[in-house]
Design a protein around this ligand. Structure first.
Ligand SMILES: [Zn+2]
Length: 213
């Protein structure tokens, strides 16, 4: 397939379902298109409240049709020399029938998403390059690296607090750190109208794609 000259739609995310329509993962648009092109998955698309399944070829066909229709605010397109393909939001794996494990990975990305890229001491939001994380109870005093003891923190506040207790540094947390019930990156996505269709497969479902890459 031809690569798009506009790369931004490829940076979006696609919800991946197993054969039983249970959310198992979130992948990049690029990865989803590979799965689709190799016939390992199909697109799940909603039209007038109904869900339809498309393989790569029929999705490309439908995309031509949709491209000629009225424009859709929430749609993204991969445009190549020969044709345009609408970016799918959900794909279903044709041969994968495992049920996902409910794990929630503790990592920087998820932690920053939980705290919405906001320093938990000064309350300012920052670019990722300006963010670090802080052990509320410092590691030197037995503090653990857990959801309940680590917060997103700007470099300035991080330097100020150093190895002290919050009180000793004369600082205050704006919110007590907690273990999220759902993957925070998913929460961020679900607040974006582009990913509205994900709700069907995530909210109230028996399985959640907790283990987002
Ligand atoms: Zn700060």
């Amino acid at each position: 397939m031809e690569q798009s000259r506009t790369v931004s739609p490829l940076n979006g995310s696609v919800l991946v379902l197993n054969r039983f329509y249970m959310a198992v993962h979130v992948v990049s648009v690029r990865r989803a298109m590979v799965l689709l092109y190799r016939e390992l998955s199909e697109v799940i698309h909603v039209e007038n409240g109904h869900y339809y399944n498309y393989d790569f070829e029929s999705w490309v066909d439908l995309s031509q049709f949709m491209a000629s229709e009225e424009s859709c605010n929430q749609c993204d397109w991969i445009r190549s020399v020969n044709f345009s393909v609408q970016v799918p939001r959900v794909v279903r794996l044709n041969y994968y029938d495992k049920v996902p494990k409910l794990t929630l990975r503790f990592n920087r990305r998820n932690l920053f998403a939980r705290d919405q890229n906001t320093c938990q001491y000064c309350g300012n939001s920052h670019a990722l390059s300006q963010l670090s994380f802080d052990h509320v109870l410092p590691r030197s005093r037995g503090g653990k690296t857990t959801w309940e003891n680590v917060v997103c923190c700007c470099l300035k506040c991080n330097g100020k607090k150093g190895d002290q207790l919050t009180k000793e540094a004369g600082m205050k947390l704006i919110r007590k750190p907690f273990r999220p019930r759902q993957n925070p990156l998913l929460t961020v996505k679900l607040n974006n109208p582009k990913y509205e269709i994900w709700r069907t497969f995530l909210i109230g479902g028996s399985s959640l794609a907790q283990d987002v890459g």
